[in-house]
Design a protein around this ligand. Structure first.
Ligand code: GDP
Ligand code: MG
Length: 163
């Protein structure tokens, strides 16, 4: 069975930044430039000798005022269908939002392992704020910084246990 990790979450939480870090390639294109992303990007990654595919889900138009529930479902359904592990990314700068809760309610029905990833934990102080996201009811919360890499090793250690 293929090892596939999908990164889902609302716009601007840092999905593409993590994707680029994981695949260690500058070739991946950031989604938020064109704002017309229904596409998704695939890359290959490795951690402690385990190889896996990463999917960066764009999902819907970034910057649109209306983010349709259907679009969320579409993105999550893709992830659930294709992925062996789902990384559900949330944002410590904005805190918990209604859209995060919408994602969570769909993801809770999934039988795939879901990791709640609290991004933008650039400092220890910010990492401590991640406890807010336990309210999503999806278990452990992993504070990371996609930008500087902190916490990503601890997250990946747990992710690759599923492979
Ligand atoms: P996406 O829409 O979920 O793919 O989010 P992007 O990866 O495009 O990132 C959205 C914004 O958040 C960009 O301005 C990034 O530079 C910023 N960002 C991403 N990760 C981090 C992080 O770990 N810390 C901080 N401070 N900013 C981040
Ligand atoms: Mg993106």
């Amino acid at each position: 069975m293929a090892n596939i990790v999908a990164i889902v979450g609302r716009p601007n939480v840092g999905k593409s930044t993590l994707f680029n870090r994981l695949i260690e390639s500058r070739k991946a294109i950031m989604d938020d430039v064109s704002g017309v992303t229904r596409d998704r990007h695939y890359g290959y990654a490795e951690w402690t000798g385990k190889f896996f595919t990463v999917i960066d889900t764009g999902g819907y138009v970034v910057g649109s005022d209306d983010i349709f529930e259907g679009a969320i479902r579409e993105q999550v359904e893709i992830a659930i269908e294709e992925a062996s592990v789902v990384l559900f990314m949330v944002d410590l700068d904005t805190g918990l939002t209604d859209l995060d809760k919408d994602f969570a309610s769909v993801l809770r029905k999934s039988k795939k392992p879901v990791f709640v990833v609290a991004n933008k934990a650039d400092t220890n102080l910010k990492a401590q704020m991640s406890s807010e996201f336990y309210a999503l009811g999806l278990g452990e919360v992993y504070p990371i910084s996609s930008q500087n890499g902190s916490g990503t090793g601890d997250l990946l250690d747990e992710v690759v246990k599923h492979f």
